[in-house]
Write a new protein. Structure first.
Length: 342
């Protein structure tokens, strides 16, 4: 299709007295096209030439990254961060539109949000990840109020591992939530509704852990994973924004990805990205909301909680100390001098 810039050039050359054959040769079009432009003149509208996009130099990079991650998908926020480091100065919307043309994204189903008070609940789950024949498991914890996320990759799901990861999570968040919400983990619940509806038989080790740290064990409703939707979305976020980009990076470089490398990069990602981003639901950074939530957490075993301002203000003031003068009046020494003979 002839664009507007080409049509204008043809008109100008014709006005300059150049013949149809020469104009067609100069502009790389047929003579009939030149005649049509001459006859129609400005009555016909032509499509403007598309401007070069700032994304053009990076389109191959984006395609390669998405191809390396396939069949998984890398979010536009991750790609944007990467190409900005390479010099991209365009907008987020340009990138999102380009990526949408490569794979249209289905709109997510509406979900009713269930909010909890600060310090009330943590949601915990496992997720499986694979890389070149290796199988790892990510332990992920999300605090219900702040959306603060903690996670670590391991190569087994034994109870001893689960217990140690709980302790590490409590130490990282600076306290203990009042309840933990779980799915049907074999290392958490042995039998659901064993002693009646809602009366579950828990793993002895989990009962000991909950007793020691003071949190209650709760199970999400069967076949209702959205009951613990915060950690489900957290796992998807870890998979799409952390693991798949990392896996694609190492595939492109032809290097082996080890558990130590994954955890080192994962810890940095949590501290610098996951808990520093503005959360889409709360509109605040999880790290900022954690400061408020931490004050509502139960203290770690053996750690005395700091007194609140109300407790400090409610303490009775100590009785006033009576001040004693450092010098005595001279009359107080009279009885010492009565027995002294001149």
């Amino acid at each position: 299709m002839l664009v507007q810039e080409d049509a204008v050039e043809i008109e100008v050359l014709l006005k300059q007295g150049m013949g149809v054959r020469e104009v067609a040769r100069r502009c790389g079009v047929s003579r009939n096209t030149v005649r049509r432009v001459r006859d129609e003149g400005s009555r016909r509208r032509y499509r403007r030439a598309e401007r070069a996009s700032k994304l053009d130099p990076f389109q191959d990079y984006v395609r390669d990254r998405l191809a390396a991650a396939a069949p998984a998908w890398i979010p536009a926020t991750v790609i944007l961060r990467e190409i900005r480091e390479l010099g991209y100065r365009g907008s987020h919307s340009i990138l999102r539109a380009f990526m949408a043309s490569l794979r249209p994204v289905k709109p997510p189903e509406p979900v009713v949000r269930f909010e909890t008070a600060p310090g009330q609940q943590m949601q915990i789950d496992w997720a499986e990840f694979r890389f070149d024949g290796l199988r790892w498991f990510a332990f992920v914890v999300v605090l219900g109020y702040s959306r603060w996320i903690f996670g670590r990759f391991v190569d087994d799901q034994r109870f001893e591992t689960l217990r140690d990861l709980h302790v590490a999570a409590f130490e990282a968040m600076g306290g203990v939530p009042r309840e933990g919400l779980y799915d049907n983990m074999a290392t958490v619940v042995l039998k659901r509704d064993a002693d009646g509806k809602g009366r579950h038989r828990f793993h002895d080790g989990m009962l000991t852990l909950s007793r020691e740290y003071g949190f209650t064990l709760r199970l999400c409703k069967p076949y209702r994973a959205r009951t613990k939707g915060k950690v489900e979305r957290g796992i998807r976020y870890v998979r799409e924004s952390f693991f798949e980009p990392l896996r694609a990076e190492f595939r492109q470089r032809g290097e082996a990805l080890t558990l130590n490398i994954v955890n080192a990069r994962f810890a940095d990602w949590q501290a610098s990205i996951a808990n520093q981003r503005v959360h889409g639901t709360t509109g605040e950074r999880p790290a900022d909301r954690l400061l408020l939530e931490r004050a509502k957490l139960l203290p770690l075993p053996g750690v005395q909680p700091a007194p609140s301002v109300r407790e400090i203000q409610s303490k009775p003031a100590p009785p006033p100390r009576l001040s004693t003068p450092l010098q005595r009046p001279l009359s107080s020494y009279d009885h010492y001098s009565r027995g002294v003979q001149p």
